[in-house]
Write a protein that binds this ligand. Sequence first.
Ligand code: FEO
Ligand code: CA
Ligand code: CA
Ligand code: CA
Length: 695
Amino acid sequence: MESRIEQRTRTMIIDNLDGDEPLSNLSANRDFDQVLQARISRRGVLKGGLGASIAMLFGDAAHAGVGADSSAKAMAPAAAGAASKLGFTPVPISSADDVTVPPGYRTQVLAPWGTPLAGGDADAAFDPTRIGAADQAQRVGSHHDGMHFFPIEGQDPFHGSSSDGLLVMNHEYVEPRFMHAAAIGQALTRGAVPALIDGKRPADEVMKELNGHGVSILRIQRQPDGAWDVVADSRNRRITGLTPMEMAGPARGCDLLKTRYSPNGARTRGTLNNCAHGVTPWNTYLTCEENWAGYFVNRGSRPREQWRYGVSTASARYAWDLADNGADDYVRFDVAATAAQASEDYRNEPNTFGWVVEIDPFKPDSTPVKRTALGRFAHEGVVFQPAVEGKPVVCYSGDDARNEYIYKFVSAQPFHKATAGGHLLDHGTLYVAKFNDDGGGEWLPLVWGQGLLRPQPINQVEDPDCSCFQSQADVLVNTRLAADRVGATKMDRPEWGAVDPATGLVYFTLTNNTSRKQADAANPRANSRWGHILRWKEANDAAALRFEWDIFLLSGPTEDSEFNGAKLDAKQIHNSPDGLWFDRDGRLWIQTDSSESAMNSGDYAQFGNNQMLACDPVSKDLRRFLTGPLGQEITGVVSTPDGKTLFVNVQHPGATTSKEQFAAGQLTGTWPNQGRYPRSATVVITREDGGVVGG
Ligand code: FEO
Ligand code: CA
Ligand code: CA
Ligand code: CA
């Protein structure tokens, strides 16, 4: 008999690399590039090229207000000439395996993957392959992403202590080759998993990977010497891919949510691929399920709620369905229909993913709740307009896949601070954005029974599989198809959004989209490699059905970029904007996620490692603030209420290590512990003079 280790060296299954951004929008809806091109054409400003066109567009929008009514104009930023809110010396690009910040700033690594929930310093001798499968659920997960600092008072998400709080963060995915002793010495890419010769996966490795996903809740405190530590607390907690969760909202209990685990469609297990996040006005955390589709496989015939999201017919990302103990926790990732009815198999398991999940970090015994009224798609994050007493709650969420959409939710009930809670997210209207050629936009309601969202096909030639909806639950489970149906605008991978607290303007990153078809040969960005940031202004109040939009920033190298009427210079160039956040003073922080398959090579080399910039949208100042180590993306940013401590996440350091280099033990990046396996971690940034970070 061969040992299991020997068997593992015989075969390797699943080499899914990034496993994200499936292309599955088959609708005829127009691409955003077509809209942008059409808008530019209408204004007759093509002579100067796309860059000049963009300058004109955001120039008149930013200062004059492009909205049709006075209240919209009142939301526009102040006139130019204002002093810059940025007070630091920009840093150059970097390809070093380290974090760089401006002179006068200091950094500290906090809570790297594997940190015990009870606290303890980052261990320089730590070996993550020795963490047990169950133990991983008692330690910080991998691949840090969106996060929030909740002041310890637990009253308000943005006010309270600036030295003591709960740091709550997402763990988007894992890199199996850095997790398992059996991987050492094998030629594994960053997406590959080692398997047994019969194609199965050891169940302990599967459990460890599931426990590396999810969310961490960590009490952190600033110590007398200024350093921050994770400290023991009854609220310290891990949410993982196995944690029981409630379904809530219109889809709870519907036939499409019934599984063998939950025959009444009310519960599920776990949250996966938690990318960016949201913070509710009632002081809870929202974690967003992004590229969940890749975790499932259906080797049979996929229903529309699977193919429209890119569930594979060949293999699941980590092959958890092939765990060698056949446990119910793992076989659920094989979602072929095998039983007489849905409540006896896992054909509907993927329908319990793709949601926004609410977690109360101050109640360690609470069950996370998936809020189905916000729709089911590849949720990048969710961002709220400031809550106004007596007005509906309004939030926005992007669907980060190529050619997908941007959504808005408006609660049915008004916000009252005294009674506000998650129930406000269970009743309301979900809208999808349509960007019109003239700079206007519409929020199209996804309400069953209204317009085209009805049980009957629209006409005889339409495919009923795509165009018929039987209930609001059906609309929500099939949010993408409903959005196709009403004519939403296909976008270049919507990532994070941010709402300017002073103006209510909503900014969104569109990271890139090389699949975008060329609508017009003259459009230099039909194949969008660098990405851009757009923004919009609601027509009157946040719940408006119309808006005015504008391009804020065209990312890219100097020769193919645009900001405030000029090309980006050496202190500004970047590509693939992703993370986005407004601090308390109105600085817009922009984080980049250039793919690890491209970074530091070819014409991506000019950007160096992924980075974070700060922008003052009023004075039109933009400067690079931070560069990260090798192989990572910078994602997740939040400050303490006083603005004097900034937390930034470094995700997937060392991911650029090739399979040959991995086999030889020659890692390209080993941050934060030189010479060891790389680990995602939080970077704590402060000013040596104790001032506000960025100011
Ligand atoms: Fe997880 Fe779209 O970034
Ligand atoms: Ca992202
Ligand atoms: Ca990423
Ligand atoms: Ca990204």
